[in-house]
Design a protein around this ligand. Structure first.
Ligand SMILES: Cc1ncc(C[n+]2csc(CCOP(=O)(O)OP(=O)(O)O)c2C)c(N)n1
Ligand code: SF4
Length: 542
């Protein structure tokens, strides 16, 4: 055994390595990115584990599922909204089941530190009817990831691990139990499964869905005996706390042994323990990050007669944003240690494009080129260039989900709007922009698409991009975009007048144009140089 100082993300990654994964799969997204990066760095040193970024989360999930089918253990990690993208294979993998252990790690972002929403992935676990494990500290991140692989192979289902930002991105000492090197399991492949179980045509799918339903009592029994759920019965006031919120509850009650306390780390919920606590207590607090998942199940439709259930639904805890030890202590009426700095005392530092960013020059050119069109629409997407919504540009009219810019622009063009413009980064384009561009090219939609090629996935810390430069231009030709209306520009202030003229020309073209501003992200360039000396300051993340 040795002790390492690890992020929650790192601890999950190391747990997966020590569980004997053959591969890691991911698309970057805060706060999950570091899980894959940790494994990638270890794999580069040790070999034996495949770790390549995937084009998007759906692809990552399917690649992991393929590795599982082939008999090896696989981990796939993503931010919460990534699971929206991967939802199709995820839900169906509950029916196929797994061969080699398959663990999905989803990092939720309550408080939307770097996300477009704060959805709660536990609902997805329930929807797919697979087991979910919610660690409460870095040690559990390590231990429970290893156990998740064992469970996955025992019940032959994918297992989800749910993290939240505060746990993923904070460090603690973790006891790890492997010497350097990889376990034997990394190289082992289990015998292949029955292909009929994995071929979801109706006859097989009905049988496999029956199997998934039949597994539910087994999963409920697992939750009741899981050692990482625990119950202490004491006074008539009870607390049910899950994940990192368990620590906040413990901190708030301190040494006061009068509270009854149920720690929840599994879904399905440990019903036996819940019943015991509810039977014993009159007032029950539910403290959980995200939506009131446990609280709403406890209340059911009609509430618990004679009991007071307090939490987010009752209004005793805030329904949005991240919990903190102070929020929990105040709600429970406990003394609370003052926070290091109250958020409201901090000077606001709105995100902005870096000085000299290529996207800034592109937006300046778009703004000048569209100045004489008061009705122009600009749909954008998710990446550093979304900051074109902020002053001084204020150019962007939408940012909904990855890839939406091109599809929304096509919809607006079909409504007769003009000019219709959209901006999408090179990574977002290969994530989910290529499919809507095929439709727009086929329809020769009257719109101007900007693919902002800065040769990296800048917003999440400058990871490798899938297509840049000539490779990206070849993709456009392959997708059916008329080469006469593909224009490459260099976004630099010295080229401003020329770029404005080129953009105006394409706006006036009645049909589809694609403009590709090509210039490398400054942060990525600095990071490459600094990798040899010291780390570069990170951009805003999402
Ligand atoms: C479904 C989903 N996956 C991942 C993310 C995290 N994320 C935000 S922007 C982005 C890609 C940015 O790269 P690019 O489009 O090339 O733009 P850049 O930041 O380089 O300007 C990613 C991965 C997200 N917000 N949503
Ligand atoms: S990180 Fe790169 S793309 Fe993002 S704002 Fe800075 S220079 Fe621009």
């Amino acid at each position: 055994m040795k002790t390492e100082l690890l992020l929650g993300d790192d601890a999950v990654a190391l747990g997966a390595i020590h569980a004997g994964i053959g591969g890691a799969f991911s698309y970057p997204g805060t706060p999950a990115t570091e899980i894959f990066e940790y494994i990638q760095a270890k794999a580069a040193k040790l070999g034996g584990i495949s770790a390549r970024w995937s084009a998007n989360e759906k692809v990552a999930y399917e690649e992991a599922l393929g590795m599982s089918y082939a008999g090896k253990r696989a981990i796939v990690s993503m931010k919460h909204v990534g699971l929206n993208v991967a939802a199709d294979p995820f839900v169906n993998s509950g029916l196929t089941g797994v061969n080699g252990g398959l663990v999905l790690v989803v990092a939720d972002d309550p408080g939307m530190h770097s996300s477009q929403n704060e959805q709660d992935s536990r609902y997805y676990g329930e929807f797919a009817q697979i087991p979910v494990i919610e660690p409460g500290n870095q040690q559990q991140c390590y231990d429970l990831t290893k156990q998740a692989f064992e469970l996955s192979e025992e019940v032959r289902l994918p297992v989800m691990i749910r993290l939240v930002t505060r746990l993923a991105h904070s460090r603690s000492n973790v006891r790890v139990d492997m010497p350097e090197g990889l376990p034997e399991r990394t190289r082992t492949r289990l015998p292949l499964p029955n292909p009929n179980d994995w071929t979801l045509v109706p006859a097989h799918a009905r049988r496999r869905f029956r199997r998934l339903l039949d597994m539910q009592p087994v999963l409920r029994e697992w939750a009741d005996r899981a050692p990482f759920n625990s119950l202490r019965l004491a006074g008539a006031t009870g607390i049910i706390a899950s994940g990192i919120a368990y620590n906040y509850a413990r901190e708030a009650i301190g040494a006061d042994e009068n509270y009854s306390l149920l720690r929840v780390s599994t879904y399905p919920l440990p019903m036996k323990l819940l019943r015991e606590l509810v039977g014993h207590c009159n007032e029950i607090w539910v403290i959980e990050e995200g939506y009131p998942f446990i609280e709403s199940r406890l209340n059911g439709l009609l509430g618990l007669p004679g009991k007071f259930v307090r939490g987010k639904l009752s209004g005793d805890l805030p329904a949005t944003g991240e919990l903190t030890p102070e929020i929990v202590a105040r709600a429970l009426g406990r003394p609370c240690t003052a926070p290091i700095a109250a958020m409201e005392d901090l000077v606001a530092r709105p995100p902005a494009l870096c000085r000299g960013c290529p996207h800034a020059d592109t937006y300046k050119a778009i703004i000048d080129a569209t100045a004489s069109y008061p009705e122009s629409l600009l749909f954008s997407d998710i990446g550093c260039y979304t900051l074109g919504a902020m002053p001084p540009y204020k150019a962007v009219h939408s940012c909904v989900d990855m890839g939406a810019s091109i599809a929304m622009a096509h919809g607006a063009a079909q409504a007769g709007a003009h000019p219709v413009i959209c901006t999408i980064g090179d990574s977002t384009f290969t994530h989910s922009g290529m499919t809507p561009l095929i439709g727009a090219a086929r329809a020769n939609a009257n719109m101007t698409v900007f693919i902002l090629d800065n040769a990296t996935v800048a917003m999440t810390g400058a990871q490798e991009t899938m297509a840049t430069g000539d490779d990206l231009l070849k993709l456009l030709a392959g997708l059916g975009v008329d080469p006469a209306h593909v224009k490459v520009i260099e976004p630099l202030s010295k080229n401003h007048a020329e770029n404005v003229a080129a953009i105006k020309g394409e706006i006036e073209h009645r049909g589809l144009s694609v403009i590709v501003p090509q210039r490398a992200c400054l942060f990525a360039m600095r990071k490459t140089v600094a990798a040899k000396s010291k780390p570069a300051a990170a951009p805003a993340t999402a």
